[in-house]
Design a protein around this ligand. Structure first.
Ligand code: KG4
Ligand code: ZN
Length: 361
């Protein structure tokens, strides 16, 4: 008979220092007892992007404090944990190392098993934490660093049906925001502008829709926005407020169409699945979310879209993935390695693209 498990989770693979405590009793929904996420946005803001060395140092300084806060928030001590789960890759290696070292120290000190979690698996298993989604399901992972369509059949059973060959969609949103003078992160800023814009004014490309398969591309789309902006500036000396709104709306519609069509194809390619699920910061976009929901409905599939705080990077999803892996028998020892690259689907050919935050899979 499976027993109740309580895991401490750590996440430090990019620019969030996070620790969380999650508990699961078989037959009951999992409980997030605490979840601490300390973003490093202010540290990196002057550089216009995440600086790996600064990130690693800040993680090393803050991780143990985040663990203390997570345990205090849960009203528990290390002795109440059944294991320590930690993101062991893929990601910025200095930050991943800081997390793995911290987790090893905690596990060794408290005599607890260690479970190394693939960051992408943490995202991909989130609908099981939030919605109890049954295996197998289709997952569209769309963030600033990732873009993959996955068939998820178990905590270590992922089949990649498609992925971006260049930029991740969130990265495209961020770059478009930058070239239109909007603040970072670009996604929410572009979405807000787009709300008052005309999505039909600019006929931006829908990359790779003319080719079969589920791979995606967003880099050409960003270049098309740049050209349209430059043409307006050259023709009229600058951009009007309405120009900017229309550029945002037309760009967002192109991203929406590409994600919707590739997801439609992935549903066909996946075979029987229990649901269409999404995760990642871009899944917060209402226009994109609505389009994906319509795709799910047309395929008569439930649509699982976790709340935003569990779509973006956090340690609760890593603790949950740790629980799933622990129940499947996974235990890692002190030899657990930090991995800059760690594809979820080891059978699939590596993708050409890597994403802003470093090679992910
Ligand atoms: O998952 P996430 O927090 O971090 C990782 O990349 O791992 O995703 C952040 C990305 C950023 O690129 C941000 O611009 C994008 O998600 N994003 C959005 C929206 N909110 C966040 N993109 C489009 N629309 C949004 N509302
Ligand atoms: Zn992530």
């Amino acid at each position: 008979m499976a027993r109740t498990l309580t895991l401490l989770g750590l996440e430090s693979s990019c620019d969030d220092t996070a620790a969380a405590v999650v508990r699961h009793s078989p037959g009951a929904p999992p409980e997030i007892l605490s979840s601490i996420v300390w973003g490093q946005g202010a540290l990196h803001a002057p550089y216009g992007g995440v600086v790996p060395e600064i990130a690693a140092r800040a993680h090393a300084e803050k991780l143990d404090l985040a663990v203390e806060a997570a345990l205090a928030g849960a009203g528990l001590g290390l002795a109440d944990m059944d294991a320590v789960a930690v993101t062991a890759g893929p990601g910025l290696i200095g930050g991943v190392l800081a997390g793995v070292m911290c987790a090893k120290g905690l596990a060794a000190g408290a005599g607890l098993p260690l479970v190394g979690v693939n960051h992408l698996a943490g995202h991909a298993l989130t609908p099981r934490l939030t919605d109890g989604t049954a295996f197998p399901y289709l997952m569209l992972l769309v963030s600033g660093g990732h873009c993959q369509l996955l068939r998820v059949a178990g905590p270590e059973d992922f089949t990649r049906l498609g992925g971006t060959i260049d930029d991740a969609p969130g990265e495209a949103f961020d770059k478009v925001a930058k070239l239109l003078g909007l603040p970072q992160p670009g996604g929410p800023a572009v979405e807000a502008e787009a709300a008052a814009g005309d999505a039909a004014r600019f006929a931006f490309p829908r990359p790779l829709l003319d080719r079969p398969g589920c791979d995606l591309s967003f880099s050409g789309l960003k270049t098309a926005v740049l050209r349209a902006r430059d043409a307006l500036v050259a023709g009229q000396g600058g951009l009007t407020v309405q120009d900017r709104r229309d550029l945002c709306a037309s760009f967002q519609a192109a991203v929406r169409d590409v994600l919707a069509e590739k997801t439609r194809r992935a549903i066909k390619a996946a075979g029987p699945v229990s649901a269409l699920a999404v995760a990642g910061g871009v899944a917060a976009n209402a226009v994109i979310r609505t389009a994906l929901q319509a795709v799910a409905e047309a395929a008569r599939l439930p649509f699982a879209a976790p709340p935003l705080e569990l779509c973006t990077d956090n340690a609760a999803i890593m603790a949950w993935a740790g629980i799933e892996l622990y129940r499947a028998g996974r235990r890692d020892g002190m030899s657990l390695a930090a991995r800059p690259r760690w594809p979820l689907d080891t059978r699939a050919a590596p993708l050409v693209g890597s994403g802003r935050k470093g090679a992910k899979a």
